[in-house]
Design a protein around this ligand. Structure first.
Ligand SMILES: Nc1ncnc2c1ncn2[C@@H]1O[C@H](COP(=O)(O)OP(=O)(O)OP(=O)(O)O)[C@@H](O)[C@H]1O
Length: 555
């Protein structure tokens, strides 16, 4: 069952490269066929050329083998090239599917799964699939299995009784570790989960270095990390032990089989039932089989890792977005009438906060200010209006259309958001602002920067608008980041501008200037302004005061 799942899943990523795979398999089969012919040729060299001293036949056989060896080398090189090419093509294909799927998932998913774990899946797990399933898996399996089949065919041609005995022994050796293999896959999956956890701990630690340093948490963090590493060690040892057990059990069985076959073969040679050439060739072929089994079984640990990696990849790919377009979703026209929260209730999870029985209206051109203590539910309103989450009860109407029936893109294209946590990309200032509207001209980018009171500062940077802002905008101050994020929202020229604590990091003079701009802007658009500073409510056409997820005053 698991095997069917495995091949079905894998097939999705390799289907488009069928032609190249077939070529690769042809190379591998040729490789295997030559190996077996080479070993079987020993019988003819001994029985037909050496014993009767037929030198011309010896030269002929050796010449044919030289030609075969040259072809073998060339085709082998082609196989290696194709294997490497297919490996990266499939790795990229899986990474692309994962990345594309991640873009479609809702905020609920990103709240639930840690970033480090997801990164680990995209990088390390995908690499394990490539290594285990493509390089060590399909390639080795095809090569060794065809080698095995060719050798077996030659064994039957040499002496069917001995060949049958070998086959029975080999079958038993192969079946023996099946149970261990399924256990090894299970533990292998746990190992990858643990590695994902370790990656999230590292990521969290790097991102929180200011807190770590100021509170002197270095030792505590290192101690906690050592505990995580210890947990990893235990799972790792179990997983590795089981993987190698899967590999070793058939090997031991095979050595025993070979000893039995050699003993019986020797007795048959004494009794002239088979020739010396047959016995020698049989043993060389059997040794070859031994190597094939070694090749197959030594690829098993990597293969098991690869299957576990594929399971983790499938876990992410089978996630469905908590919020997505309905089949009959309609495109919202430009905002013109009102946004209406009708008795909306939402909580992030059963025991977490949100909003309760919320009813409010926002009209075009409104400057709506939301105030309230921390955790009152202000940002949750933004999360619902942007459809990052959906109400548990009640509905949100946008010009009379329930947001559940509207296309997400048509809604979000009308919104410019500056969120509490400013997120900038590791690219230039210009590119960061342009993210708000990808078609924006340089003039539009600069106009937005002027409105956000950041133009002069950008010009003072070494490369002006082309200056890189660093990872997550780390080379800028908190206030500068906020203003670039504001410019990014403004360049979009949105119908609804949402500012969630968007001026909290600014000095009073800059904040006052920006508020004047926003007041000016709000003449042509709707502004939703979330703030802790009650004084900002003076700017409002309508003010909502929130407490514990509910509206307590609206004016
Ligand atoms: N992603 C989340 N998962 C679970 N609970 C959340 C999440 N975001 C917010 N909450 C909870 O929902 C409640 C409302 O949070 P919200 O962010 O809307 O408050 P807020 O009024 O914007 O607060 P602040 O002024 O501090 O930003 C809080 O109790 C908070 O703990």
């Amino acid at each position: 069952m698991e095997l069917i799942w495995f091949f079905k899943t894998l097939n999705k990523y390799i289907a488009s490269y069928k032609g190249q795979f077939i070529l690769l398999f042809i190379c591998l089969i040729f490789d295997a066929a030559f190996d077996s012919v080479f070993r079987a040729s020993l019988k003819f060299i001994i029985d037909a050329a050496i014993v009767p001293q037929n030198y011309s036949l010896l030269v002929l056989i050796l010449s044919l083998l030289v030609v075969g060896a040259i072809l073998y080398a060339c085709i082998g090189l082609l196989g290696i090239f194709l294997g490497a090419r297919l490996g990266i093509l499939i790795t990229n294909n899986i990474r692309h599917s994962l990345f594309e799927h991640l873009q479609s998932l809702s905020m609920e998913f990103f709240g639930r799964r840690s970033a480090g774990d997801i990164v680990n899946c995209l990088i390390a797990d995908v690499q394990k699939v490539e290594n285990g399933v493509i390089t060590m898996g399909l390639t080795v399996v095809v090569l060794e299995l065809s080698n095995f089949l060719f050798s077996l065919a030659f064994l039957f041609l040499l002496n069917w009784q001995l060949a049958l005995l070998s086959l029975i022994g080999l079958t038993l050796c192969t079946i023996a570790p099946i149970k261990i293999a399924s256990l090894a896959t299970e533990v292998g999956y746990k190992l990858l989960q643990k590695e994902g956890q370790i990656a999230s701990v590292i990521e969290e630690n790097i991102l929180s270095q200011t807190v770590v340093k100021i509170f002197g948490l270095e030792n505590q963090m290192t101690k906690d990390f050592a505990t995580d590493l210890n947990d990893l060690k235990q799972v790792y040892v179990r997983a590795t032990f089981l993987s190698y057990l899967v590999q070793k059990v058939p090997m031991i069985g095979f050595v025993l089989t070979q000893l039995i076959v050699l003993s019986i073969g020797a007795v048959m040679t004494y009794q002239n039932i088979i020739s010396v050439g047959t016995l020698a060739s049989f043993q060389v072929l059997m040794l070859g089989l031994n190597l094939n089994i070694l090749g197959l079984t030594s690829s098993l640990p990597a293969f098991i890792d690869g299957v576990a990696g594929l399971q983790r990849i499938s876990d992410i790919l089978s996630e469905t977005p908590a919020v997505q377009d309905a089949a009959d979703a309609i495109d919202l026209p430009h905002f013109s009438s009102e946004i209406n929260f009708e008795d909306v209730t939402f909580s992030y999870s059963q025991d977490r906060g949100g909003v309760k029985n919320l009813s409010l209206k926002i009209r075009p051109g409104d400057f709506a200010v939301f105030v309230g203590q921390s955790g009152a539910g202000k940002s949750t309103i933004v999360n619902l209006l942007t459809r990052f989450y959906e109400p548990d009860k009640g509905r949100i109407l946008f010009d009379g259309v329930d947001l559940r029936h509207a296309s997400i893109r048509s809604l979000r294209s009308q919104i410019g958001l500056v969120s509490q946590d400013v997120i900038l990309f590791n690219s230039s200032v210009r590119e960061n602002i342009r993210m708000g509207y990808l078609e924006a001209t340089d003039e539009q980018v600069e106009a937005a920067a002027k409105d956000a009171e950041i133009h002069q500062f950008i010009l003072s940077l070494p490369q002006g608008y082309d200056t890189l802002v660093g990872d997550r905008g780390g080379q800028l101050s908190g206030g500068q980041r906020q203003r670039i994020a504001l410019a990014r929202a403004l360049v979009r020229n949105p119908a609804i501008l949402i500012l969630d604590e968007a001026t909290s990091a600014l000095d009073p003079a800059t904040e006052a200037k920006i508020l004047t701009t926003i007041e000016h802007i709000s003449k042509e658009r709707t502004v939703i302004f979330i703030t802790h500073r009650i004084a900002n409510a003076l700017l409002a056409d309508v003010t909502y005061v929130m407490e514990n997820g509910s509206l307590v005053v609206s004016d």
